[in-house]
Ligand binder design. Structure first.
Ligand SMILES: NC(=O)c1ccc[n+]([C@@H]2O[C@H](COP(=O)([O-])OP(=O)(O)OC[C@H]3O[C@@H](n4cnc5c(N)ncnc54)[C@H](OP(=O)(O)O)[C@@H]3O)[C@@H](O)[C@H]2O)c1
Length: 270
């Protein structure tokens, strides 16, 4: 592969935040390995990014287990060189009450949002550690900090990834490898087209941010690494409220996110 400013693997790059992140990384001169299931979308993005840096489309279902993820990523990095950056962004949402959510769906959320990133990290970390550099950036969610209505399995899977990242950062703090967690709020992407999520979108649209802002935050972390960051930044207030009073945070979140609140209740009136 031609000389680049490093190699970045971006999962979930066929759409939304991952796609914008791959664009931002390519513009910075990094070769990108584009991971998602929809091959045609990855190939189109690889063609678009070619003027900036080489890109490899890598169709892969991250729920297919550690061995598959490991062997597919190993094959890709044999072509590109070892990964300097891994952005774990792939994933889908859920919106619905716990008892209406099938057990299978809860397992799938965990496989995609937690075990998929874990497998990808295991695939790249040995080489990063051996070279004494690298950056793993995991896209989590504000919902993992707040537990809003209808997000049980999703928020839990994101919380698992967030806590896992914190432990990794501790374990590898002297390795030269950096770890970051990005917690976006509501982002205007096709994420909200699945299942019952359009119901949530209708009432929260005016609070949505654009995926480009999340992508800029991700790329900014390469220059100014931080373990945790929220997008938009003022969502850090959630941590401050939780530190003062977890009960107050819970009350605010419950009042804001209950379906009847979303249908015209406090804080969300048109
Ligand atoms: N949008 C929001 O409000 C929001 C807020 C907080 C956090 N997030 C998180 O941000 C990340 C990106 O979401 P987005 O908003 O950009 O949604 P999106 O536009 O729907 O993109 C999701 C991406 O994940 C890929 N993906 C889903 N399941 C996969 C699987 N099993 N294997 C491989 N790739 C898979 C999709 O590609 P294929 O369909 O081609 O596989 C797609 O590229 C997700 O982890 C999401 O949880 C989103």
């Amino acid at each position: 592969m031609a000389a680049t400013r490093g190699v970045a693997i971006v999962t979930g790059s066929s759409s939304g935040i991952g796609q914008e992140t791959a664009r931002a990384l390519a513009r910075r001169g990094l070769a990108t390995v584009l991971v998602a299931r929809q091959r045609d979308r990855l190939e189109a993005l690889a063609r678009e990014l070619a003027p900036y840096a080489p890109s490899v489309p890598l169709p892969l279902d991250l729920s297919h287990g550690e061995d598959t993820v490991d062997s597919v990523l190993a094959e890709a990095t044999a072509r590109t060189g070892p990964a300097d950056v891994l952005v774990n962004c792939a994933g889908h949402g859920m919106y619905g009450s716990f008892l209406d959510t099938a057990a299978d769906e809860l397992h799938t959320l965990m496989r995609v949002h937690y075990f998929g990133p874990v497998a990808a990290i295991r695939a790249v970390l040995p080489s990063m550690r051996a070279r004494g550099r690298g950056h793993v950036i995991n896209i989590c969610s504000m919902s993992s900090k707040m537990g809003p209505w209808g997000h049980t399995g999703y928020a839990a899977a994101k919380a698992a990834l967030s806590t896992f990242t914190e432990s990794l950062a501790t374990e590898y703090s002297h390795s030269g490898v950096r770890f970051s967690v990005v917690h976006p709020g509501l982002v205007d992407t096709p994420f909200f087209e699945r299942g019952d999520l359009p119901r949530l979108r209708v009432r929260t649209e005016r609070r949505m941010i654009q995926p480009e802002l999340v992508a800029r935050t991700v790329v900014g972390l390469l220059d100014r690494p931080r373990l945790q960051t929220c997008v938009p930044r003022h969502y850090r207030l959630v941590d401050a409220i939780a530190a003062c009073s977890p009960t107050l945070l819970h009350r605010l979140v419950a009042r804001q996110s209950r379906p009847h609140a979303l249908l015209g209740g406090v804080g969300d009136r048109p």
